[in-house]
Design a protein around this ligand. Structure first.
Ligand SMILES: *Cc1c(COP(=O)(O)O)cnc(C)c1O
Length: 520
């Protein structure tokens, strides 16, 4: 096998002519992994089935060969999935500095807690009397979230950040409708995550951009300019996606409220301020919290998300059901809303109560850190981002000047000007150095953005290594070693994939034809 550049690799078995010895084509951990369907064979099985007549009776007309399931032995299946897992990059294998995504270490204690049978083996339709401990856990986690945010109510059921945005913005819509004050526009700063305008649009709002000022933050004047009697809400991220704290957030909240609108805060970056600032003190009406970012529950292939939404007193009655209430020593999931007379909450957002496994992990993270530990995690995340900034600022370029950042540091691509090397090349070259690339080309307000979030998980030694590797890549980009970047990755099992073909020509079902040939 040769290292492939952008094409489908020659198959492990197919690359040799008949008179040469058969090589595997594999090199160390760079192993060609065919699909299970390509190696399977109906005559093989990983399970010893019952006597033939029993087997036939059970399966009836369902013939295995008829539905095309591959037959494999247990070791073949094990090797297939272990090899696939080794091709992946994970927070457990190295630095994963994906800005805004907060790829922090997932403490194993949390995994242990989530696997306790009283949490892992419960079913959402079990009688509530038999899941009192699980309900108490949801209630306790809700109390921690309210304490940390200084808010009045919380909806636990949203299953990710974007789902939480929908929850909060729907509550705003219903609250305004109840007041007979339906409005049609949502303000979104240019630097916002794409889910913000998408959420507003999904709820039928028109999106109005708010420009950022020179220093990368939003000015109250720009917000005032954009406000009007038709504006339902602003969706603002703080710290923002440029890694900067919106220092005028209280003035912005005042202006928004004065115009009769609500303040939705995208709380994906809450991990920078936990224990330092409470959204409730900043004039925020509702905010989602990505448990899978701030509170370390696994994500990005490692597990589902969870996006509880905290509400101000005024909006809390519009939160979706169900929620947990405590009566003395008893806990109950309540299906009817506690909404005030005349209020019309939007009902249910998920089939059950939310992501139980993530609730357990998040609470384990909070309780094992304690409030001082959570504050320190935020401080260390900010310290690490600034350490990276200080280590790179003389060779890379910061779009909003050399200012202290929060939990992530943003560079633009002016340092690559006239080199012929792009942000994409730079990111691909990081793979060869053993790092997951940073977030690139986001936020959109910055040309060729490179957004680095090291998180508090990284030690000084690991940050030093990371900084040294990036400095060396800058040197290569500016010198005579550009191929190292423009041709990267040189050492990954697969090189540059077609970035859009998977979305434009998805192959969703194995038909026996190699997808590349089939599409031609
Ligand atoms: C991650 C993120 C979201 C979306 O959260 P999901 O849990 O991925 O749905 C929204 N806004 C910002 C700023 C984010 O970083």
């Amino acid at each position: 096998m040769s290292m492939n550049r952008g094409g489908r690799p020659t198959s492990a078995q197919g690359g040799c002519s008949s008179d040469s010895p058969t090589f595997t084509g594999n090199r160390a951990l760079v192993i060609e992994e065919p699909l299970l369907f390509e190696v399977g064979d109906v005559s093989k099985t990983g399970v010893d089935l019952d006597e033939p007549e029993v087997h036939e009776k059970r399966l009836g007309a369902l013939e295995r060969s008829g539905i095309g399931l591959p037959g494999l032995t247990e070791p073949e299946v094990m090797r297939h999935y272990v090899r696939l897992s080794q091709k992946n990059f994970a927070i457990d294998s190295g630095i994963y500095p994906l800005g805004s995504c907060t790829m922090k270490h997932n403490p194993r204690l949390n995994e242990k807690m989530a696997r306790l049978p009283g949490f892992a083996d419960v079913h959402p339709l079990q009688p509530q009397s038999s899941v009192q401990g699980a309900l108490e856990l949801i209630d306790t986690l809700a109390a921690w979230l309210l304490e940390l945010t200084g808010m009045a109510g919380v909806a636990m059921s949203p299953k990710a950040g974007a789902h939480g945005e929908f929850c909060g913005m729907a509550a705003i819509k219903f609250a305004q409708r109840a007041k007979g004050d339906a409005r049609s526009i949502v303000l979104v700063p240019e630097s916002a995550h794409g889910t913000n305008p998408a959420t507003a649009a999904l709820l039928g709002y028109k999106v109005r951009d708010v420009p950022a000022r020179e220093d990368g933050t939003v000015s109250p004047d720009a917000v005032k300019e954009a406000l009007g009697p038709d504006v339902a809400a602003i969706m603002l991220t703080n710290p923002n996606t440029c890694g900067l704290f919106e220092r005028d957030i209280v003035a912005i909240a005042d202006a928004v409220h004065e115009a009769g609108a609500y303040f939705y805060c995208d709380g994906a970056n809450f991990n920078a301020i936990v224990g330092k600032a409470r959204p409730g003190d900043l004039g925020i009406d509702c905010m989602h919290i990505n448990l899978h970012k701030t509170f370390s529950t696994p994500h990005g292939g490692g597990g589902p998300g969870s996006g509880p939404v905290v509400f101000s007193q005024a909006l809390a009655p519009y939160a979706p059901v169900p929620y947990v209430v405590r009566n003395g020593e008893e806990f109950a999931l309540v299906e009817t809303s506690g909404a005030a007379e005349g209020a019309e909450p939007f009902g249910r957002q998920t089939a059950f109560h939310g992501q139980m496994g993530m609730f357990v992990r998040a609470l384990a993270y909070m309780m094992s850190h304690g409030s001082d530990g959570l504050r320190q995690a935020s401080e260390d995340a900010v310290l690490n981002a600034n350490y990276v900034r200080a280590g790179l600022r003389d060779v890379m370029t910061q779009p909003f000047g050399d200012q202290v950042c929060m939990h992530e540091v943003l560079f633009d691509d002016s340092f690559l000007k006239d080199t012929g090397v792009t942000t994409l090349d730079f990111a691909k070259a990081m793979i060869d150095e053993g790092f997951h690339p940073m977030t690139m080309y986001f936020p959109l307000v910055v040309h060729g953005a490179l957004l680095i979030e090291p998180t508090e998980s990284e030690s000084k030694a690991s940050l030093d290594q990371f900084i040294a590797a990036l400095r060396d890549l800058v040197r290569a980009a500016k010198g005579n070693d550009k191929e190292r970047l423009t041709g990267a990755p040189h050492h990954a099992p697969w090189a540059r994939l077609d970035e859009t073909r998977a979305a434009r020509q998805p192959v969703l079902r194995w038909t026996g034809d190699a997808p590349a040939e089939a599409a031609e």
